[in-house]
Write a new protein. Sequence first.
Length: 254
Amino acid sequence: RVSTQSTGFFRFFSTGVMSPSPQTARVVFIGPPGAGKGTQATNLRADIPVCHLSTGDMLRAAAAAGTELGKQAKKIMDAGGLVSDDIMVSLIQENLRSPVCRKGFLLDGFPRTITQAEKLDSMLAQDGQKLDAAFEFAIDDQLLLSRITGRLIHPKSGRTYHVEFNPPKEPMKDDVTGEPLHHRSDDNAEALKKRLATYHQSTAPVLGYYKNKNLLTTLDASKKQDEVYKKIKQALNICLLYTSPSPRDRTRSR
């Protein structure tokens, strides 16, 4: 039986009309830096009430705050490496159990290893939940190099621009606030090549993990933003329409 929550979500994405109690989702975005995960996270959040957790943003916030964790993370990220499983799992667990993320979430940049993926499943199982979908943002490394070296960030909001492909209305200023835009310290060709090598080595097994669970959808991230988002909506329609509700969802839908 399809839960009433899932059908409500399906009606929204089929008709474009937001229902009074829109379905939320538990989703992970997997892809290399610069593949467009942040842009599509913004699109999804505008449509359904998911809590967006970007591990990169959380680590950079810790680095900006000057915490010991932040200092360690910044050193690793600037060198193109990946932060340890223990640090990442603790960071995610703390946030997933916050009230704002209890009904649904979008994880951007996590899990990046099989260990992280297994621990995420365990976390969700403890609360009678499970993942709805995983999306791979597939894109050629050379295209990423041209994308990411021109990327501009508005730190407070996370909005991203590109000097060539998506320039701000005024050079180096955020379109909404007018505040300055910044280049990330790790957005350079040398660091990116290291990050890509680390990503491919560590994350390829995670894609297989979710493929074996029939949760993985591969997106062509070189396509236009609206085309990519259309594929995400189509996949979520299928995943949530035919996925059995968790025990808590079944209780609520009776």
